[in-house]
Write a protein that binds this ligand. Sequence first.
Ligand code: NAG
Ligand code: NAG
Ligand code: NAG
Ligand code: NAG
Ligand code: NAG
Ligand code: NAG
Ligand code: NAG
Length: 364
Amino acid sequence: MINVITKSLLFLLLLNIHFIQIESKFQRVCYLRVDSSQRIDAQTINGSLCTHIILGFADIVNGTVGPHQPNDVLYYQNVTQLKTNFTDLKIMLSVGGGGSDGSGFHQICSNQTNIDRFVSSVMDLLLKYNFDGLDIDWEFPAWNTPYPQDKYTFTQLLKSLNIQFERQLNRVDNRRQLLLSCAVSAIINVADAAYDMPEMAKYVDFVNVMSYDFHEFTPFWPFTGYNSPLYGRKVEKTYFTFLNTNRSVNHWVTLGMSKEKIMVGIPTYGHSYQLASTEHTGPDSAAIAQLQDMTYTQICALLRNTSTHSYFDAEAKVPYLVSGDLWVSYDDSTSVALKAQWIRDNSFGGSMTFDLNTDDYHYK
Ligand SMILES: *[C@@H]1O[C@H](CO)[C@@H](O)[C@H](O)[C@H]1NC(C)=O
Ligand SMILES: *[C@@H]1O[C@H](CO)[C@@H](O)[C@H](O)[C@H]1NC(C)=O
Ligand SMILES: *[C@@H]1O[C@H](CO)[C@@H](O)[C@H](O)[C@H]1NC(C)=O
Ligand SMILES: *[C@@H]1O[C@H](CO)[C@@H](O)[C@H](O)[C@H]1NC(C)=O
Ligand SMILES: *[C@@H]1O[C@H](CO)[C@@H](O)[C@H](O)[C@H]1NC(C)=O
Ligand SMILES: *[C@@H]1O[C@H](CO)[C@@H](O)[C@H](O)[C@H]1NC(C)=O
Ligand SMILES: *[C@@H]1O[C@H](CO)[C@@H](O)[C@H](O)[C@H]1NC(C)=O
């Protein structure tokens, strides 16, 4: 039992997606955060677990791309050096992120002069540090802003990046060298407002659908809910029926993104809540607050405590745990295996794991 709960989610994903079909066409995209507080020593990363590592996050500085901290470039160098040992591994840089507001992107997209200046700074940074491409994490164009036109100006930015990337050919085989991806919302109203599909689909190599954070505690909705359910539950109605991986990712297909360009998000972190009462401990139970997200390592430690009880939701296909008045929604070996199987069965492009930093590495 201990063996199962301490296996790295990423390792399990690999087992389920890759080993079953040895000549795998599935991409395994992994986000890696630079943040010094949870930084992983680059040399300890097993580069065969991922096909793509996306290193985040770079910032927009005065309309150009730049490192969040000047010293981050030392880590960029260490991470891109992984390619010497893992020759098929692609390493991309992500700009933006959930922690940044979208004002920098909005400004860049306001005219072609600004776009060209940004694109040129991207080319410089990517080539200087030997990256294989750029990931744009703008959360989110035209969403909660007075700028609905950003849905279209964003496409213009992607088009301009794509044109420059087309021109950058690999010296060895004369093939296109740089990839372009976007981290995108799984929430259907955001996706409808923010992205100009199928135009966007022409310019990106793939999108990383953030199929997590589906349920959050708010004072208006103070209830427990799953972070990343694969399916909805029968009790859910109307809008709530879309707050799961299956319905939201299929919505992306409906909007016009081709399946092989869709990477399905799988979180290695959990959402935790403080319960209002220890008598009501399922999903939709009254909660007092949402607590800090937990890493899979912290969750594994909780699961080893005999006073923790874990349950698996047969409809949503994700587990949750209860420990006193602590309630945690997370992913485990079973839910990751089911998501991997769903990705394969539905012929999506692959998986996106967020992130390497919060996975557990105590597996044997
Ligand atoms: C490549 O692998 C060798 C042997 O395992 C190791 O000593 C070296 O540090 C690795 N290089 C990088 C850049 O990770
Ligand atoms: C890295 O992962 C591969 C699976 O792709 C595994 O076979 C190998 O043993 C791992 N290497 C290390 C050093 O853990
Ligand atoms: C921002 O970029 C513009 C155009 O290159 C330059 O003129 C200006 O000095 C820069 N401002 C800062 C604060 O770096
Ligand atoms: C980069 O790797 C070297 C070892 O090759 C290590 O000494 C250094 O601390 C690393 N720097 C960062 C920022 O990770
Ligand atoms: C583009 O926008 C910038 C401000 O972000 C402005 O300084 C510049 O004049 C604009 N250029 C054109 C051609 O409109
Ligand atoms: C998965 O999504 C599809 C398309 O939206 C839907 O038809 C199907 O019923 C969903 N499956 C489950 C088990 O909810
Ligand atoms: C196990 O959990 C209980 C209840 O939350 C806590 O009081 C106890 O300290 C934990 N034990 C360990 C070994 O962490």
